[in-house]
Design a protein around this ligand. Structure first.
Ligand SMILES: [Zn+2]
Ligand SMILES: [Zn+2]
Ligand SMILES: [Zn+2]
Length: 147
């Protein structure tokens, strides 16, 4: 975790930002809850436990900054709430999500798997792909076992 914080610190300083204690507290919460898809409010409530003086606006600005620097991605799952998701280190594109329509669980696929589709889109639509959002809706393996 410390080495990842160090690398995020370098990313910030490369863009002339400092990893202030409040920003660091926000990054720690994101790392500790990496499998979750937290909203700004979720992050705020957790950060407040380790940094009681922090305000929602500060957390929100930090998340937006991390989003600009590609440390986190923003995603919505149809409930109108923006969620912040750490990007895998070194990943060129955003990972995919499996949203269960029965229990609401959100699982992740870290492999891109889209190389062939991307090649077709780039060729046929003459479009340079920078990123993508792919969410599958269906029934997770846990809910299938319950049947
Ligand atoms: Zn995710
Ligand atoms: Zn891709
Ligand atoms: Zn499920």
């Amino acid at each position: 975790m410390e080495s990842r914080i160090d690398r995020i610190k370098k990313q910030l300083s490369g863009a002339s930002y400092k990893l202030t204690p409040q920003r660091e507290a926000t990054v720690r919460i994101l790392l500790e809850n990496e499998e979750d898809h937290l909203s700004a409010e979720d992050v705020f409530l957790l950060v407040r436990e380790i940094s009681p003086d922090i305000g929602l606006a500060t957390v929100y600005r930090t998340l937006e900054l991390l989003n600009e620097l590609n440390v986190v991605d923003k995603i919505q799952f149809g409930d109108g709430v923006s969620r912040y998701d750490l990007r895998q280190e070194g990943a060129a594109h955003f990972h995919h999500h499996l949203v269960c329509i029965e229990c609401g669980a959100v699982d992740e696929i870290q492999e891109d798997l889209l190389e062939d589709v991307e090649a077709i889109v780039e060729r046929k639509w003459n479009f340079i792909i920078k990123d993508h959002r792919l969410t599958f809706h269906g029934i997770c393996y846990r809910c299938q076992e319950d049947k």
